[in-house]
Design a protein around this ligand. Structure first.
Ligand SMILES: C[S@@+](CC[C@H](N)C(=O)[O-])C[C@H]1O[C@@H](n2cnc3c(N)ncnc32)[C@H](O)[C@@H]1O
Length: 285
């Protein structure tokens, strides 16, 4: 049976130049703090906001587990997770498509005195081995990246070149069967499900109009890795954004009314069922 992995026809016309232009114009999480970009206070606030709103990230990354190990991060953005791998003693190679993100991430490494623990490389993950010599890493990690590139399958194929039998591959891609997609479909799309892929891309990020955003069911996520020779050992869904956006952009955290009444435990159940983040852990076969 033909698997819809890249959802052919949706974004295969998008170019890597468009993807790069979009992320270069506004790197991911760049407005997570109002402090001057590049200062220690700025980076501390970015991290605090990110891990408070997306508290599943440290659980998924297990930063402390990679002390003394080699980590390859694909799509590091402004380097929040990168810094934490390095801070916990990993030797990190961090790549991103965009110059602007890397500029901020490099500054971050400098501010925290972690430059000797991180090698930053500007690279297109679809052709990673053209930029980073193929060598085995203990962890290949990519959070919220692979679904933004025109051909995610190419990235997974490239990742294979950086693994050994004991490597762990941890990737987060967006979950189709999620609260967020429902919200996009009915909040913005007037229920036009036949336009769903486009609607998701239009509204998936803080800034509208992302050129490429794929999403995956649990099964499609598994298959994305399995068809490139990985064995998926864990699949978890997490994260529903529960804050009211007008306040959130002002750095105030007001839960939207329909989640405010909900017991925390029930909300967690909802997140584990219909969260936006599909977190996959795999090893080479
Ligand atoms: C949503 S951000 C995630 C950044 C970071 N992982 C984080 O969690 O903050 C997506 C990132 O993927 C990068 N990206 C998209 N396509 C890429 C590609 N083909 N190669 C390398 N990086 C890519 C973008 O430049 C952007 O920084």
């Amino acid at each position: 049976m033909m698997e819809t992995i890249t959802k052919s026809g949706s974004f295969d016309q998008a170019s890597i130049a468009e993807v790069s232009a979009y992320w270069n114009a506004r790197p991911c999480n760049i407005r997570h703090s109002p402090k001057p970009v590049g200062t220690r206070e700025y980076f501390d606030e970015v991290e605090a906001r990110k891990y408070s709103v997306e508290s599943h990230i440290p659980r998924f990354a297990e930063f402390e587990r990679w002390r003394g190990k080699k980590v390859l991060e694909i799509g590091c953005g402004i380097g929040t997770d990168t810094i934490n791998f390095a801070r916990h003693g990993a030797q990190v190679t961090a790549i991103d498509l965009t110059e602007k993100s890397l500029e901020v991430a490099r500054q971050r490494a400098k501010v925290f005195g972690l430059e000797d623990r991180i090698c930053f490389v500007q690279a297109n993950a679809e052709r990673l081995s053209d930029y980073v010599p193929a060598a085995p890493y203990d962890l290949v990690y990519s959070f919220g990246v692979i679904h933004h590139t025109p051909d995610p399958g190419h990235v997974i194929e490239e990742i294979k070149k950086y693994t050994h039998p004991g490597s762990s591959v941890r990737i987060m891609v967006y979950n189709t069967w999620s609260w967020k997609v429902l919200w996009i479909l009915f909040g913005y799309g007037k229920g036009q499900f036949w336009k769903l892929d486009r609607l998701i891309a239009q509204h998936s990020e803080a800034q509208t109009g992302c050129p490429v955003t794929y999403s995956y069911s649990r099964r499609q996520g598994r298959r994305l890795l399995e068809r490139h020779g990985f064995r998926v050992t864990d699949v978890k869904v997490d994260h529903i954004f529960r804050y009211s956006i007008p306040e959130y952009v002002r750095y105030e955290y007001k839960t939207v009314w329909y989640f405010r009444w909900m017991p925390r435990r029930l909300f967690r159940v909802l997140e584990r069922l219909f969260g936006w983040h599909l977190c996959l852990t795999a090893t080479p076969q």
